[in-house]
Design a protein around this ligand. Structure first.
Ligand SMILES: CC(C)(COP(=O)(O)OP(=O)(O)OC[C@H]1O[C@@H](n2cnc3c(N)ncnc32)[C@H](O)[C@@H]1OP(=O)(O)O)[C@@H](O)C(=O)NCCC(=O)NCCS
Length: 329
């Protein structure tokens, strides 16, 4: 079976910056508190009217252009998002139409901050079975559409943006690609990070709107504890069962939820911060968007080269978590 590799990354990053100083004028917070408690300095926010499919289409066009791939050669689009343009049709269908991918199927995948890594694994299965040659995996969110900008616990964390990866099979003589993964959910913690309104439980009505049920609600401390425990646990298990230790990892690419979560996870894994990709200061938590944005940062800064062992980790609503090991090809 051929291994699946990431052939390229394309991103879509909104121009508008929402800084901590802007937030100081909106809620009772301070730049110092946000930087010390989260590591975030600013985040990007879309202009009103810009949708997830706008960002996803741009990111997909960028990765197709940079890898010299025709849209008509795309077999499958898996779009990880919790902020689709609409409940239906799926955002993947909107992207398919807008890029002119005429021979392709697709669907959305909804598992919040774990979305991109889960979607990557789903896409990889179709490469490994030989069913497909070109799979677009998107991680994109317009979090500003579901954030209450009067809630200082959530509005300081999230930003908009994301990216697309093109998955293709490794050549026979090529060493690399996705090696292994461990994904895990714990639905008993669902209430700690949720958006209750607008589904079949609480269909949209005046009460759900007045009750702010269409915004993200979180118990920050519970999520924090789960994240700092689960990310290192899954990563160490994954490394061990593949015969590696943290010392073998060239780059650790964690979900960008909070710099303190990232540092605590790295610390528990004995991973020096020089080998950890951090860009939360620039973008905040873009939910499904953080990993493609992190890979883009790594590539632009020359921190990722052929042959590198890369370890990914995610954590998010569900509760959900995951880890993936990849040899960069
Ligand atoms: C949300 C989060 C940043 C809060 O940080 P924290 O250190 O846990 O802060 P606490 O909730 O203990 O609050 C400490 C104090 O700061 C206050 N506070 C909370 N948000 C604040 C803000 N934006 N500005 C200033 N003060 C704030 C609290 O009211 C509390 O005040 P009190 O001591 O007078 O009661 C942190 O819990 C977190 O990052 N959790 C994970 C969230 C996450 O990653 N979500 C996405 C999952 S992928």
């Amino acid at each position: 079976m051929p291994r699946a590799k990431i052939k390229g990354i394309g991103t879509s990053i909104p121009e508008k910056i929402l800084s901590n100083y802007d937030l100081e004028k909106m809620v009772d917070t301070s730049n110092q508190w946000i930087v010390e408690r989260t590591g975030i300095h600013q985040r990007r926010i879309v202009e009103p009217g810009t949708t997830t499919s706008d960002l996803a289409t741009e990111a997909t066009k960028n990765v197709l252009a940079s890898t010299g791939t025709a849209a008509t050669d795309v077999d499958l689009i898996v779009c990880a998002t919790i902020t689709p343009d609409m409940i239906l049709p799926a955002t993947a269908c909107l992207v398919q139409d807008r890029i002119g991918a005429k021979h392709c199927w697709g669907f959305d995948l909804s598992i919040a901050c774990s979305g991109f890594l889960y979607a990557l694994q789903v896409g990889a299965q179709f490469i490994e079975t030989g069913a497909h040659k070109n799979v677009i995996v998107l991680g994109v969110d317009v979090m500003s559409s579901i954030i209450d900008y009067t809630d200082r616990q959530t509005c300081i964390i999230f930003g908009d943006g994301g990216g697309a990866a093109l998955l293709t099979p490794c050549q026979e003589d090529e060493e690399g690609g996705i090696i292994d993964f461990i994904h895990e959910v714990d639905g008993s913690g669902g209430q700690y990070l949720c958006l209750p309104g607008g589904g079949s439980k609480y269909p949209a009505n005046h009460e759900t709107v007045d009750g702010k049920m269409h915004y993200i609600h979180q118990e920050g401390k519970v999520v924090f504890k789960y994240a700092t425990r689960k990310m290192p646990e899954l990563c160490l298990k994954l490394l061990q069962r593949n015969g590696y230790t943290s010392d073998d990892v060239s780059l650790f690419v964690p979900h960008q939820a909070n710099l303190r979560i990232i540092s605590a996870a790295a610390d528990r894994m004995n991973m020096p911060m020089e080998r950890v990709l951090v860009n939360i200061d620039e973008y905040g938590n873009t939910t499904a968007g953080t990993l493609p944005l992190a890979l883009d940062t790594a590539l632009r800064k020359g921190r990722l080269k052929k042959g590198d062992l890369v370890l990914f980790a995610v954590v998010g609503a569900g509760l959900s978590a995951g880890a993936m090991l990849m040899r960069w090809a």
